[in-house]
Write a protein that binds this ligand. Structure first.
Ligand code: PYC
Length: 322
């Protein structure tokens, strides 16, 4: 180890199968201000730190990073910036549940309600005395309904229809894909979702620019549940082409917003979303001043406490970048 080795303390967890790596200390100084401002500095100046933390050889494509940063408000538990193998995420539901489990593990929060600041708004964590975790996400809504998308796959043109919705990230939600939502069909699902995403971009179909730039970088395919205690199963493809092992917290928020908009989910009623792994989130919507505020509950488990070492002599110090 050289004398200029940077040490970064992290805690790993998984939420319903989807991994989160929380950066607890050792990251560069982002200069303070709002979490959105800190995220801008992170994106512009410290992309090597992002890839060093989550990409190979220390991480892998499915890993989501969650960097704890100073909040703007003294009353908040912390600020957090989520990131993955290709860039920053606006928000992350499974990651916020993983963050809650990590903060509880560190003794930084106890049972009760805690506010966490993200670049796209405040998210509340409800930690139960029994260790249960629920998060109340940012206001979620449908931006466009029943959008037709033609996409190319294996030399054929295929057509789907979907909703564009915001749940902290932008999603395209599709029911009529005709694919089998099983792990055995992972490669095909990835190709279909990736081709849909490319077609959305090509056709200029986007969310509202004011929120996270408007790019639809998550595609969500829905189907019948395999579990008797779920309402639906999904496959979610994330921006860096990894699939979400959990039912996706921001994706489930987007789904809930669409269901409420269609009158298919009453405020307070449960929506039980199964993931491609068979894990589950339970969601509910609170409607306040016409805004849909989804609550997502799920379980997270801490899996490792470690110190990452970034040795100045290591040619892959910044990770293996695509
Ligand atoms: O749970 O919101 C989520 C999420 C986004 C990307 C991966 N997981």
């Amino acid at each position: 180890m050289s004398s200029s080795t940077q040490r970064v303390r992290v805690i790993d967890s998984h939420t319903e199968g989807e991994p989160t790596r929380v950066v607890v200390e050792g990251g560069p100084d982002l200069g303070g201000g709002s979490v959105a401002e800190q995220a801008r500095v992170f994106r512009e100046r410290f992309d090597a730190f992002r890839s060093a933390v989550v990409c190979e050889p220390r991480g892998h494509d499915a890993l989501v990073g969650a960097w704890i940063v100073p909040p703007a408000k003294r009353t908040s538990a912390c600020g957090v910036i989520f990131f993955n193998n290709v860039g920053l995420l606006n928000a992350c539901g499974h990651g916020t549940i993983g963050l809650a489990a990590t903060l509880a593990h560190l003794g930084r929060i106890g049972a009760g309600r805690h506010v966490v600041e993200t670049p796209v708004g405040d998210v509340a964590i409800e930690l139960g005395v029994d260790g249960s975790i629920a998060i109340e996400n940012v206001a979620s809504f449908r931006h466009a309904k029943g959008v037709t998308v033609d996409f190319e796959l294996e030399g054929r043109t295929l057509r789907v229809h979907g909703d564009v919705a915001w749940g902290g990230n932008w999603f395209f939600l599709v029911d009529d894909h005709g694919e089998e939502l099983t792990l055995a069909n992972l490669e095909r699902l990835t190709n279909v979702a990736w081709a849909i995403r490319a077609a959305l971009e090509r056709s200029g179909i986007a969310g509202a620019r004011e929120l996270g730039g408007g790019v639809i970088d998550h595609v969500e395919l829905f189907g019948k549940p395999h579990r008797a205690d779920c309402d639906s199963r999904n496959f979610v493809l994330c921006p860096g082409k990894a699939y979400d092992r959990s039912p996706c917290g921001t994706g489930t928020s987007a789904k809930v917003a669409c269901l409420v908009a269609d009158g298919k989910l009453a405020p307070g009623a449960e929506w039980r979303q199964e993931s491609i792994l068979g894990s589950r989130f339970v969601a509910r919507a609170r409607v306040e001043d016409g805004r849909v505020l989804p609550t997502i509950s799920g379980s997270a488990f801490v899996t490792a406490e470690s110190t990452l070492l970034f040795d100045a002599r290591d040619p892959f110090r910044a990770g293996i970048r695509p």
